[in-house]
Design a protein around this ligand. Structure first.
Ligand code: FE2
Length: 376
């Protein structure tokens, strides 16, 4: 049984400094938002619920709000070559630009963040329509990624003022995703500690867990990771940096193709991971292949679980345990041509960890893929 390291010291405990309550939507800049929306709907089970673009008078960019449970992803493309969106897309490929954080007060969050050393991107701005009022602001974080503070207690609309309801030409079923569990950032060599410190100092976030390269390495590809969290633990963000192995770290491969630090994966939580993974597979989502031998020693490693191991093996679902309980998880392959962003599907049965015990089982298939791309 693998135990994650939970630091107990009080300086690592999260404090409520900026009024961050939860994740809000994550906005991706993509090459073709219309077609990306098709993949998010038909493969991943999101529903396109709202739209902004030429038809709403937005002459700059098109955006689709994709929702599943409470998880929201915004897909945005530019109409013009010289925009920030186009520049971002050209440099990084399709990738997460803005990690939305729901705050109690977007003005307070912004002012305090700047006081505590953050760089501002969007000054507090109020947006209104017939559904009420939203206040947003934004600051920089790692790479070209930003955190958008969103204050929406006074708003009943689908996402933000300016968006109109969108109905897809074909209805699809959701696949059981209920919310975003955590969002992982990859940063460059030796940037993990400064990034974690940024979250401590600016946000008052704590360090929930730490993983050293000894925990997370294989023969070749190593990384270090620390997990920062907000005061109520709804916002959990592991920060990874490459570590030295015999060959290229998977984090370095990401950086080489994203050309900066950026969001590596978003974990989507589901209450029924077997049906979620089964449906996603049936709809064409590709997952990391888990070796069959993984399941031979699973019971010894994680003890008793409710799920049928044969069934987990059938869909390649991974299991890990900490002192609080167990979790089930699985990772998709990158969902664009660059070996950069991917999704995780996760179901927590009390466990507060991130699957440390799976890292080895997992890295071998990840490395196999990396070798096939000629990047190991
Ligand atoms: Fe994860």
């Amino acid at each position: 049984m693998v135990q994650d390291t939970v630091p107990k010291s009080s300086d690592k405990a999260a404090k409520d400094v900026l009024g961050v309550e939860d994740f809000d939507a994550v906005e991706f800049y993509v090459g073709n938002a219309y077609q990306a929306a098709y993949y998010y709907q038909h493969a991943l089970g999101f529903k396109p619920v709202a739209y902004s673009g030429l038809k709403t008078g937005n002459r700059d960019s098109a955006s689709y709000v994709m929702q599943q449970g409470r998880a929201k992803i915004i897909l945005t493309s530019s109409y013009h070559p010289s925009s920030d969106i186009s520049a971002h897309q050209m440099m990084h490929g399709d990738g997460a630009k803005a990690i939305g954080l729901r705050v109690r007060d977007a003005q307070v969050a912004y002012d305090k963040a700047l006081e505590r050393g953050a760089r501002g991107v969007i000054e507090p701005t109020t947006m209104k329509d017939e559904y009420g009022e939203v206040r947003i602001s934004a600051i920089e974080t790692y790479g070209d990624t930003v955190h958008k503070f969103i204050e929406r207690d006074g708003y009943d609309g689908l996402y933000l003022p300016g968006y109109i309801p969108y109905t897809a030409p074909v209805e699809t079923e959701e696949e059981g995703v209920v919310r975003i569990d955590h969002i992982v950032g990859n940063v460059n060599w030796h940037q993990m500690d400064p990034t974690v410190q940024f979250y401590h100092e600016v946000f008052g976030f704590g360090t929930l867990l730490e993983f050293s390269p000894d925990d997370i390495n294989t023969q070749y590809s190593a990384l270090s990771s620390k997990v920062v969290n907000n005061y109520n633990d709804r916002v959990k963000m592991p920060i990874n940096e490459p570590a030295h192995g015999l060959k290229m770290s998977q984090i370095e491969e990401y950086i080489n193709y994203y050309h900066a630090a950026g969001v590596q994966h978003i974990a989507l939580s589901t209450n029924d991971i077997i049906s979620t993974v089964k449906n996603m597979r049936a709809r064409g989502v590709e997952f990391i292949n888990v070796p069959k031998t993984y399941y031979d020693e699973l019971s010894d490693r994680v003890g008793e679980i409710k799920e049928d191991i044969q069934e987990l093996a059938k869909y390649g679902i991974l299991v890990d345990r900490d002192e609080h309980g167990y979790l089930l998880q699985l990772f998709t392959k990158p969902i664009q041509d660059r070996p950069t962003f991917f999704f995780e599907v996760i179901s927590r049965k009390g466990c507060r960890g991130f699957g440390k015990g799976n890292f080895k089982a997992l890295f071998e298939p990840i490395e196999r893929e990396q070798a096939e791309r000629g990047n190991l």
